[in-house]
Design a protein around this ligand. Structure first.
Ligand code: PEP
Ligand code: MG
Length: 584
């Protein structure tokens, strides 16, 4: 009897094959105090396990297919770097010496305190980075508890490194980046995990490796048998079970169509995004890590419309200094070879992840608290090095600076004053920068969208952050599962605010871009074109599909349809107008 399971589709494509259920033993960590006399032996045992973990990861790194994008290796490099970082190497040793706890326990204590910091973070992307800590710690702990801890004897590692997985659909609770790479190397067809969301490692890696994947399929291992024939629809998050010949025939056909479609899309690389009536649209990419810049080039985007710099502040107790900021920006500039880069200043939440105290008292509602530009203006010791670095980077390539979460123009004035002061400082230090560095702002608070005219007077460009704009307009926490169903980009209030912002930019003759998730979702492309948007910035993987929609659209017709939509006086007319635009 056919039935289906539902998860979150995070990497498009169909896979037809048999399951391989990954049932890993729970790690049993025993906690005990060691005698003073063998404390140093315990330290050596810990150091030995770090060494084996590094060898495992290096071994995995060389297995990454040469055709994979560079961000695949970046995941492994992040874990290798963490194995060198004092928070995971020196801190546990201090605990072993001070508290005489065994190495597994020391690592657990340190893991718990790091994970707590990540969990308090406001930004969903950064919050998922706690998985890195979990994965690295679990790897080292597995080695510590193994009887014969040489890296090839690690049973989990050995299982994934064998060819028994070829042609299989892996079903697991969760996967580490290293697992994902190892299995891809063995010819795995698709991934299904019980945990994780669209920003989880498995999701990001599966997209980079071009493997269909469904995450967040709760209890999948309870419903699916080992070696059971299934079909995975990685776009819609569906796992089909109990297949008959008719279903198989249908999905084999869909699979063929999908492959043809992906081949067609890849032909659009490097082609201009021009609508049928001749309007040229800019398609830029969003990145989180300097290493992501490689994937921007792979889809030939028109530069970076949003470089989130929060990653620089992570896994550390102090804020990055000017040189660290600069090194990251120069890496991106070098990779982009002359395409424009929009660096967003730190959009840190009201949580205390940076130095455990900067944000003041515990905040009951972090989304409405001291975050982003508010935090930066309050903590100039943290903000000034970033300003200096952005300005210095602007001497090496076409850089723009973007301010997140603007609420009042007073904040713009403060930032512009700081930029002027920083320029003067750099002149005195004899350092080069672009005298005309464009300074733009994100419109993601409804108040700013309503008064977009005012912001447009003082800024060089605007970028609409729909992720937050929708959250604040509709009073829906964007990461709260309970109210996710209300998260509606098509709400008339949201569209009115987007429209107002685009019009304000046009009137002031400054560019307006949109860099929230809406920009990369083909369901909204026509609507945004009709609203007058000419600059989109999105995750690089969605760029070619959006380009195709643009090439098949007519802006003049869509603008007319959007005019009707915004004038719709009842819900029925509104829905009909939306439908018309989607099918235009
Ligand atoms: C947004 O809010 O739409 C945005 C792009 O910024 P972030 O998702 O980083 O908050
Ligand atoms: Mg935002």
């Amino acid at each position: 009897m056919p039935f289906s399971l539902q998860g979150i589709g995070v990497s498009r494509g169909y896979a037809i094959g048999r399951t391989y259920l990954l049932q890993r033993n729970q790690l049993e960590i025993t906690e005990y105090t060691i005698p003073e006399a063998i404390v140093e032996d315990e330290v050596q045992r810990f150091l030995g396990s770090l060494d084996i973990a590094r060898r495992q990861l290096r071994d995995i790194r060389v297995r990454i297919p040469a055709t994979s994008s560079r961000d695949v290796a970046a995941f492994i490099d992040t874990h290798l770097l963490m194995l060198e970082d004092a928070t995971l190497t020196e801190a546990p040793i201090k605990l072993i010496r001070a508290r005489r706890c065994n190495a597994e326990w020391a690592l657990k204590i340190q893991r718990d305190s790091l994970v707590q910091v990540f969990e308090q973070m406001d930004d969903p992307y950064l919050r998922t980075r706690k998985d890195d800590v979990e994965h690295v710690v679990r790897r080292v702990q597995r080695i510590l508890v193994a009887e014969d801890p040489t890296y090839l004897n690690d049973p989990d590692y050995a299982e994934l490194a064998t060819s028994r997985l070829e042609g299989r659909i892996i079903v697991a609770d969760d996967l580490t980046p290293a697992d994902t790479i190892l299995m891809q190397h063995q010819g795995v067809l698709a991934f299904v995990t019980e945990y994780g969301g669209p920003l989880s490692h498995t999701a990001i890696l599966a997209r980079s490796l071009g493997i269909p994947a469904v995450v967040g399929a709760r209890s999948a291992r309870a419903y699916l048998g080992h070696d059971e024939p299934v079909i995975i629809d990685g776009r819609n998050g569906v796992i089909l079970v109990g297949l008959d010949e008719r279903i198989l025939r249908y999905y084999r056909h869909r699979q063929k169509e999908e492959r043809r479609e992906l081949r067609e899309l890849s032909k659009l690389k490097g082609k201009p995004a021009v609508t049928r009536d001749g309007v040229t649209i800019g398609l830029q990419a969003n990145i989180e890590l300097p290493e992501d810049a490689a994937s921007v080039r792979e889809v030939a985007a028109d530069g970076i419309g949003l470089y989130r710099t929060e990653f620089l502040f992570m896994n550390r107790s102090d804020a990055p200094d000017e040189e660290e900021h600069l090194a990251s920006y120069l890496h991106v500039i070098k990779t982009l070879e002359g395409s424009p880069i929009t660096i967003r200043t730190a959009d840190l939440g009201a949580d205390k992840q940076v130095d455990g105290g900067r944000g003041g008292p515990v905040c009951t509602n972090p989304a409405l608290g001291l975050r982003a530009i508010r935090l930066c203006l309050k903590d100039l010791g943290m903000f000034r090095p970033q300003l200096r670095a952005i300005l210095r980077a602007s001497a090496h390539g076409p850089v723009r600076m973007m301010i997140p979460m603007l609420c009042s123009v007073q904040e713009v004035f403060q930032v512009l004053r700081l930029v002027a002061e920083t320029k003067q400082e750099l002149r005195e230090r004899g350092l080069a920068f672009d005298e005309h560095l464009p300074v733009g702002g994100m419109i993601e608070i409804p108040a700013a969208a309503v008064c977009a005219d005012l912001f447009a007077r003082y800024l060089d460009f605007l970028s609409i952050g729909t992720n937050d704009l929708i959250q604040y307009t509709l009073a829906i926490d964007r990461v709260d599962d309970e109210v996710n169903y209300l998260y509606d980009p098509l709400h008339p209030a949201v569209l009115t605010l987007i429209h107002n912002t685009i019009r304000a930019g046009h009137k002031a003759n400054i560019p307006v871009s949109l860099c929230g998730e809406m920009a990369g979702d083909p369901r909204y492309t026509r609507l945004l074109l009709g609203l007058g948007l000419t600059q989109f910035s999105m995750h690089p993987t969605g760029l070619l599909e959006i380009k195709r929609v643009i090439q098949n659209s007519n802006v003049a017709e869509l603008s007319e349809a959007v005019r009707h939509l915004l004038r719709a006086t009842d819900a029925e007319k509104y829905a009909a107008a939306l439908k018309g635009i989607a099918q235009n």
